[in-house]
Design a protein around this ligand. Sequence first.
Ligand code: C2E
Ligand code: CA
Ligand code: CA
Length: 651
Amino acid sequence: MKISYNVLIISILLICIWFSAIVIKKNVKYKKIFMMLMVSAIAFYLTHITENVMLYNVGRFSDNIIFIERAIHFVLLGQVYSFFAYVMVNIVDHVEYYNMPKRMLLFWPVIILDILILTSQFTHLIIYVQGGILYQGPLFFLTIMLRDAYGLFALVRGYMKRELLPPIFGRSIRMIFGFSVVYLLVYLFTGDDSYSYSIILFELLVLQLALLVVEFYKENITGLFNVEAFNEYIEKHLKREKCKSIYLIKLKNYDYLDDSYSSENLQLVVKNISEILKKSTMISAIFYLGNGRYAMIVGKKENFDEKAFFDNLRENISTPFDFGGAMIQLSLFVAVMNMTNGKINANNFNKYFSACDEMRYRSEDIIEVIQGDSFGIHQLQRYRDVEEAIERALVEKEFKMFYQPIVSTETGKVISAEALIRLNDRILGFISPEEFIPISETNGKILEISEFVIDSVFKFVSDHDIKAYGMKFIEMNLSVVQCMDKNLAEKLEYYLQKYNIDPTQINLEITETATNFDENSLKEQIMNIKKLGFTFSLDDYGTGYSNLVRVLEYPVDIIKLDKSLVWSAFTDNDSFITIKNLISMFHDVRRKLVAEGVESQEQMDSLTEMGCDYLQGYFYSKAVEEMEFVTFVQRFNAGVKLRGIDGGLQQ
Ligand code: C2E
Ligand code: CA
Ligand code: CA
């Protein structure tokens, strides 16, 4: 036995340990076990040396000493292989979410074997020493069998799941497997097993290198795979058609949280969601792409229960997250891209993916799921086209404000008007705000658009003496993103001064959706703006999940019943009664009510009778451009009859 050879082997192992200690990130779950594996391997190798030393000094050691030395040797052998298997499952599975007994399952065989080994000087089952000679007991084969079983299990498990990890990982496993086969052949042909000790070390070295690469592809905050890993994966596997589906999972309020809170807090959330994702599925291919965006890839061979995944996810995400004192309900947007129906392929994947990434959110669900492959390429094109139209309109100043009258049921006169934005693009023609506002909210243009809206509406109030027309105020819509803008109060103040107008002539409409964000800061925002003299309406009441009590927590002056709610009153009796009661209830708490979407005389009469304060709808007029509106109001409030048999719609 060459000393230099042994020194070499041990040096290699020590270098591995040192390297792992530095390179594998602290929070990596298998770091500790991997280090323990390395240390066990060195100890195991040392027992190989002590064995040789003892062999050269036969007769100088008592039976018990020899037994203890050998027992340690075999215990370490089992330890090395069971740790090897454990590291492997830790790399490819989310073992940390199994309960303790399940996690320990892997170790039971080796623990039982250890007990057998350690007692075997008495039981003679595995090994025993008599008269300085080592004998193998009837169960000795267990040590070898278990070693091979652990090794094989680790390699097969790793190989099965290799596709979820960087390619080098799979190759390393094959290499380790190759080493083992070479060893087996050498052993079969020569009967020399001295190679068996160093082979373990070489295999560990390969595993170590593979781990380092895997670590290189990990994202720092979450420990998930990073965006490079995702891109590589996509490039490689899509061509080979190995994916079943790809999930894009986005934290909806990320931008808002990013603006409003410290980065430590944000990192906590990002990490928290990554844990929730891991906990919700045993799939290993989860990526963090940055900016609150995650991706998950499910392979064709994987058994993935989508329903269970969403159930788990919902359960885990539904408790509000403590954001340094503020309790915030996180919500997720999930785009499911099915890769098996032939719609999405390697060539158009990126288009679909970025479309899903930029898609507007449509619901207020805690988890909003859309089928990413359900829309065609032309819909994506439309999205892009509208984005361009928004850009054009901002540059060429093509946005216009229109005004739609709101009539008081008490006086029968126009008391207010809602300012509604209009875009008539020279290429796409008329584009509804319902289409471009949400798009602008996702791509960030909304703040520029809002600036235009504020400027125009304030200018309108400054240009016209609306009091002289018999009006009290103008309603201006605030988008959700705007509500979350920390500088909103400052901006409003700036425009107040610029146009020198009375803030009580402006009423701001916020939607219920906004109340899904951090409640406290929204309330604070509203209070600050109210201090400037503005009043508020709550828009679209009845569309979302309207919680009466919660609505009352917001200091709004007016509630706007959404047109869908209003219309339902005229199609079924229960809704009619509900609305009637809503109106009286809101009156009890000093809120005024606007009914939207009033289109007929019948609706007007009933709503008036129900006690609704203000009415808005095509029955009076659509939103029209500024001067047309002014003419309309002056004539309407002067009592000039505008409504004929056809409703006299002002289009
Ligand atoms: P909204 O705030 O609920 O506005 C009311 C919408 O209902 C307007 O659609 C209006 O034209 C329409 N409407 C009014 N009366 C009737 C009626 O009797 N029947 C029917 N069928 N519809 C009626 P519009 O102008 O297309 O606006 C759609 C949405 O776009 C608005 O919903 C609002 O959320 C958003 N929006 C419009 N202008 C602005 C703006 O300046 N800023 C922001 N942030 N959002 C805006
Ligand atoms: Ca509105
Ligand atoms: Ca509305």
